[in-house]
Write a protein that binds this ligand. Structure first.
Ligand code: FAD
Length: 282
């Protein structure tokens, strides 16, 4: 509960929102869906800037990228054909209830990300960038934004997902029990050239303080066929470099063991999609 709240603003433009945010340090906060803020105990915040009237609720597609506005509800990603399979599934997994996903936003999910956020993980594998407004506008790669650098007093405006080649396939593999939040999740994007992996991007949740890319696995896979031996070797490397958290849902040891499983699943899934695609062309 925000127990010292005195004012609520609903600006109609980004400059108007930034002007409000700049005038006050520490005592003013952005609110988007409000589902995270609902849970916060805070007696310092005095003013809220509601950003839902800034026109940032959209999924736009061009020939080179998909742009997701910061206040787009997660459920829109789940329902959108444009967002695509991995992104839609990552959004679905990020908040368990449809009711919450109808309110919680892409920006809110990223700003309040946890080590277990499937959406953050998917954006890492998809090489997304976040566009920040604050003074001037600039874009940050997801892995830099990961440290939240440059966001102080600023506004996350949109997430930009570059479009990929027709021979690029992506997959997500969570492990969850009874529909709970996934205790681990891997996201992979593979580009094939002939039947060889020409580019690999892999990310995994369960790392401190946010999901991380598995760079050594990516390097290992590039230039190789995704046969069972290479898939198994990639999973071994993933386990070696993965340093997971322990929490109430799973121990470090358990996450380390199942990391092998989720990495393998995503690699096999990407290969299957590639082979199905080849078959459909012949
Ligand atoms: C019943 C319930 C169940 C939930 N289940 C889950 C779950 O399973 N998994 C999970 O991860 N979370 C869960 N949450 C938490 C919450 O739904 C998510 O973190 C959600 O994605 C936050 O989005 P929001 O738009 O509501 O953010 P808000 O609550 O509006 O904001 C969250 C934070 O982000 C900042 N912020 C928001 N948008 C921007 C922006 N564009 N620029 C700069 N700062 C911004 C706000 O200032 C605030 O600090 C749950 C919440 C509830 C109430």
């Amino acid at each position: 509960m925000l127990s010292n709240l005195k004012a609520y603003f609903r600006p109609k433009s980004i400059p108007e929102a930034l002007a409000l945010l700049e005038k006050n340090s520490g005592a003013i906060l952005v609110v988007a869906g409000g589902t995270k803020l609902l849970q916060i105990q805070n007696n310092i915040v005095q003013e809220l800037v509601d950003i839902t009237a800034l026109g940032l609720n959209y999924i736009r597609e061009s020939s080179s990228e998909i742009r997701l506005g910061a206040t787009t509800p997660l459920q829109y990603l789940v329902d959108s054909a444009t967002a695509g399979g991995m992104l839609a599934e990552a959004a679905r997994l990020s908040d368990r209830s449809t009711m919450i996903r109808n309110v919680s936003t892409v920006g809110g999910q990223l700003i309040s990300t946890t080590p277990l956020s499937p959406l953050y993980c998917a954006f890492l594998a998809l090489q997304a960038q976040v566009r920040i407004a604050g003074g001037s506008e600039f874009a940050l790669a997801m892995n830099i934004f990961l440290n939240k650098k440059g966001l102080e007093g600023g506004l996350l405006v949109e997430v930009i997902v570059p479009k990929t080649k027709p021979t690029t396939f992506s997959a997500i593999a969570p492990i969850q029990s009874n529909g709970q939040h996934p205790l681990i999740c891997a996201c992979t994007r593979i580009t094939f050239m002939n039947s060889t992996c020409s580019e690999a991007k892999l990310a995994i949740t369960g790392t401190q303080k946010v999901p991380q890319r598995l760079h050594a696995v990516e390097t290992f896979l590039e230039g190789k066929k995704l046969n069972e031996a290479n898939v198994a070797a990639a999973a071994d490397i993933a386990c070696e470099m993965y340093h997971p958290i322990s929490d109430a849902m799973a121990s470090e040891e358990y996450r380390n063991e199942v990391a092998r499983v989720v990495v393998k699943r995503t690699l096999r899934d990407c290969l299957e999609q590639f082979e199905d695609n080849l078959e459909s062309q012949t």
